[in-house]
Design a protein around this ligand. Structure first.
Ligand code: UDP
Length: 248
């Protein structure tokens, strides 16, 4: 980020990006539910080159006890990047970046969950990034929301997100890794899908008000498409269950 110098031509003479996408085009997204037997709910998301598993455990009694909230469940998301998930080996364990991402994702999910139904409990969400290709916080959050729904945790609304940014002077949707590294701005946003309420927004770099408005419009529209993929993943889950029951 920050418009670092590169010889890469991020946008070609036809207005296409490094991977051939148009400015408003998402990378391919695939979501699969129930990928882990030992979780209450789980989802694997493949979003461009990102491969991320989100798993949900709970609600269960919050521990240590002083972390309990008498009025609602506490949502604890932990974002972790595997050492092998990036080109240059990442040192294992939490760092400032993963602690920050865990915090903003926890807050976003807390807003979506009907936490008041489960006082004194905690709901753990583990986000494991197996392969990173930019946009992992948003992809992880999008997968977590599916994993929560798959776990049967009541939610007031679905959460989905997307990034937009500025690359070679143009506003584009869903930055790839080179665009994230060498672009001028990166704006990840997540929303409650039905209400449109923003539950996560961060920004790196500079945008004018006009550029910001264009980026948020693109994201708004993309979130509708992404929530459809979430819905289909969950419908697949329930169709599988119906088939199993029908087969008995
Ligand atoms: N990245 C990396 N090493 C790190 C952190 C990030 O190679 O220690 C890469 C990774 O591909 C990540 C991208 O940089 O997806 C962008 O990181 P950023 O902090 O913007 O978060 P993200 O876009 O993944 O939410």
């Amino acid at each position: 980020m920050g418009g670092a110098k590169t010889d890469l031509k991020l946008i070609d003479e036809n207005g296409l990006r490094l991977d051939g996408r148009s400015p408003n085009e998402l990378r391919p997204i695939k979501i699969q539910t129930d990928v882990l037997d030992n979780a209450d709910g789980s989802a694997m998301i493949e979003w461009g080159g990102n491969k991320i598993i989100a798993s949900v455990y709970g609600p269960r009694e919050a521990y240590p006890k002083h972390t309990q909230n008498m009025d609602m469940a506490v949502v604890k998301a932990r974002y972790n990047m595997a050492a092998f998930s990036v080109d240059e080996r990442k040192r294992p364990g939490p760092d400032r970046r993963s602690i920050e991402i865990s915090k903003v994702v926890s807050e976003a999910l807390q807003t979506a969950i009907l936490a008041e139904q489960f006082p004194r409990t905690q709901i753990d969400v583990f986000i494991e990034v197996l392969q990173a290709d930019a946009g992992t916080r948003i992809a992880g959050l999008t997968a977590s929301a599916v994993a929560l729904a798959a776990a049967g945790i009541p939610m007031r609304d679905m959460v989905a997100g997307c990034t937009a940014g500025k690359v070679a002077g143009q506003i584009v949707l869903d930055l790839g890794k080179e665009e994230d590294n060498f672009g001028e701005a990166d704006l990840p946003i997540a929303q409650l899908v039905k209400s449109g309420k923003i539950v996560l927004m961060q920004m790196d770099g500079d945008l004018s008000v006009e550029e910001f408005n264009k980026a948020t419009e693109m994201i708004d529209d993309a979130i509708k498409r992404i929530s459809e993929i979430q819905r289909e993943a969950l419908a697949g889950k329930y169709r599988d269950i119906a088939l199993e029951e029908g087969g008995e």
